[in-house]
Design a protein around this ligand. Structure first.
Ligand code: HEM
Ligand code: NAG
Ligand code: NAG
Ligand code: NAG
Ligand code: NAG
Length: 497
């Protein structure tokens, strides 16, 4: 005790304090120095390895393209310019911190997206910020972990399951239409479609995923507001380089808001998963006692299916893993579908002759039927409408780009090599607007997707759902997302005189 006191006194005495501070400063400067030297050496190494790629003009060799990345319309125009100038790929760097290769031509996209899943890692720059929200889910995980989750989740996207959802989409769109009618009757002349449709997709996803009737289209829901806020904050964070460091971000006002919304979302999913597991266990017990299946009446939703899913060793997902997947389902499902539906409606509104053709197609399909029920099998009998949706997904892809980080050097055409650790930014938008693939790329022309025209085009020219090993059941999902779109298109049309 006396010794401690003596040391303390020494430290607190003036000269002791000076010495202490000097030591501390030297130490800090040393650490900072080593860090800077390593950062600059790494920067120089990558710059040299990437020198064969075209590099758009930069502010300086150090700052690079930092601050030029935008998530606005200008950001997309910038991609258009890159595509015009560099045709297939170019290199970017965000200060000495991140080195990127941007690709926007099918021949360059293909080797990257088709690479084996075991050498593909989701990069931290784009996906890392989602981790606090989504956890180690399918979207973010890599390698063996990802394959296992994919196998366990596949049953949840089986046709027989998706078929059931069509009723849900119907009721959610119906709610939306009723709301619009009411608003119009009250004298509203302007409706922000994207907000309305986002609520509708959230409403239907909540019913599909958790059998949860949020009623979020009619009254505010804390959970739904939290999801919308988190989606906005993730984008905001990406654009502020200082916020990329966790220890800074969590102290900012945005970080605090993120945490609050996160609490709401995580509490909700945890509750749902725990209650459901208890319910299933209880049902199993009752069944064993009475020797009859009592669980037959309740329709299975997403949570039920992944709770019951087992791998080859009989192992299922833990509660935590299930929560991660449920959060991902909500995140990956709502914004993408809302955007796809809105743009399809926008494009059809601007091209009334195509709209007319879609309506004709639907009218013919519905002829002689009672009511206005559309069924799963009908979806494959609407070829023209499908072409219109595809063209919308091309011109206005809901997902602009996907990024990858490879654990091996990757070879691109023209003997270009992407060193491992570089972020590969595959621009879906750029590929969809590349004049080398599409004539008049900025024009809305559903006829591009006529079955005869599709064959001559490179398979990687149209990739709204990405491609390669991380794509697979997307064909199914693609259909899945059309349904609310169809109801939407169908219903307003039937009300137009
Ligand atoms: C028009 C609608 C949609 C579009 C354009 C779209 C697009 C995409 C794209 C491009 C990816 C690849 C992301 C990457 O590689 O980093 C992806 C992944 C994913 N999406 Fe969607 N998506 C849509 C709807 C949905 C829906 C409705 C759900 C679920 C309810 C969903 C769940 C997922 C999941 C779980 C992944 C991760 C797959 C994996 O990595 O194995 N998406 N989506
Ligand atoms: C990755 O998977 C491929 C087959 O898909 C296999 O040939 C290769 O050996 C695997 N590599 C590693 C590092 O596991
Ligand atoms: C890329 O992957 C490597 C190996 O997994 C990792 O060390 C590195 O931080 C990753 N880089 C980015 C930007 O995600
Ligand atoms: C349960 O029902 C099945 C047929 O549904 C029957 O074969 C079996 O013997 C029954 N078991 C018990 C314990 O009653
Ligand atoms: C869709 O909802 C409307 C209104 O609730 C109903 O009249 C119609 O029968 C429903 N269609 C299906 C396929 O359930």
């Amino acid at each position: 005790m006396a010794l401690l006191y003596a040391v303390l006194l020494q430290v607190l005495s003036w000269s002791g304090l000076c010495l202490f501070l000097r030591l501390l400063a030297t130490g800090l400067a040393g650490v900072l120095g080593v860090w800077t030297v390593r950062l600059l050496a790494r920067h120089a190494w990558y710059t040299r390895r990437l020198s064969r790629f075209n590099t758009p003009p930069t502010h300086s060799w150090l700052i690079g393209h930092l601050g030029q990345m935008r998530s606005t319309e200008e950001g997309l125009q910038q991609v258009d310019e890159l595509v015009q100038t560099y045709k297939h790929s170019c290199c970017w760097f965000l200060g000495p911190f991140y080195h990127l290769v941007r690709v926007f031509h099918p021949d360059y996209v293909k080797p990257l997206l088709m690479a084996s899943a075991n050498i593909t890692v989701k990069d931290e720059l784009i996906y890392g910020h989602l981790r606090p929200w989504l956890g180690q889910s399918l979207l973010i995980s890599s390698g063996e972990e990802w394959s296992r989750k994919r196998r366990l989740l596949t049953p949840a996207f089986h046709f027989d399951i998706l078929k059931n959802y069509i009723l849900t989409f119907n009721s959610s769109t119906d709610t939306m239409h009723n709301k619009w009618h009411r608003l119009v009757a009250e004298g509203t002349t302007n409706i922000e479609m994207f907000d309305q449709i986002t609520l509708m997709t959230l409403d239907s996803l909540l019913k599909c995923a958790f059998s949860y009737q949020s009623n979020c289209q009619e009254s505010t829901s804390e959970y739904v507001s939290a999801i919308v806020e988190l989606s906005d904050l993730v984008i905001d964070r990406r654009l502020r380089i200082l916020h990329h460091w966790d220890w800074i971000y969590w102290k900012t006002q945005q970080g605090q808001r993120f945490k609050r919304a996160l609490n709401v979302v995580h509490r909700f999913t945890r509750d749902v998963v725990q209650k459901r597991r208890a319910l299933i266990d209880q049902q199993r017990e009752t069944e064993a006692l009475t020797n009859q299946s009592a669980g037959q009446q309740r329709k299975k939703d997403f949570v039920d299916i992944i709770l019951l899913s087992k791998d080859e060793d009989g192992q299922g997902l833990t509660d935590e893993e299930i929560q991660a997947e449920a959060n991902t389902f909500m995140f990956a499902g709502h914004d993408t579908t809302a955007s796809a539906i809105c743009w399809t409606l926008y494009n059809l509104a601007r091209h009334t002759h195509y709209q007319e053709k879609c309506r004709q197609e639907l009218m013919e399909l519905m002829e002689g039927r009672e009511g206005h029920e559309i069924e799963w099998d009908d979806l494959s009998n609407l070829p023209f409408t499908t072409m219109c949706i595809k063209e919308s997904l091309r011109l206005h892809s809901p997902v602009q780009a996907v990024t990858r980080n490879y654990t091996q050097d990757m070879t691109l055409p023209g003997d270009l090599t992407v060193p491992k650790g570089v972020i590969c930014l595959v621009s879906l938008y750029g590929t969809h607007h590349n004049p080398e693939v599409w004539t008049n790329p900025h024009e809305y022309d559903p006829l591009r997707f006529e079955p005869t025209g599709t064959k001559s085009r490179s398979a990687h020219g149209f990739i709204p759902f990405s491609s390669g090993p991380r794509f697979a059941w997307y064909v199914t999902l693609g259909y899945r997302r059309k349904q609310p779109g169809l109801f939407l298109i169908y219903n307003p049309l039937k009300q137009t005189p």
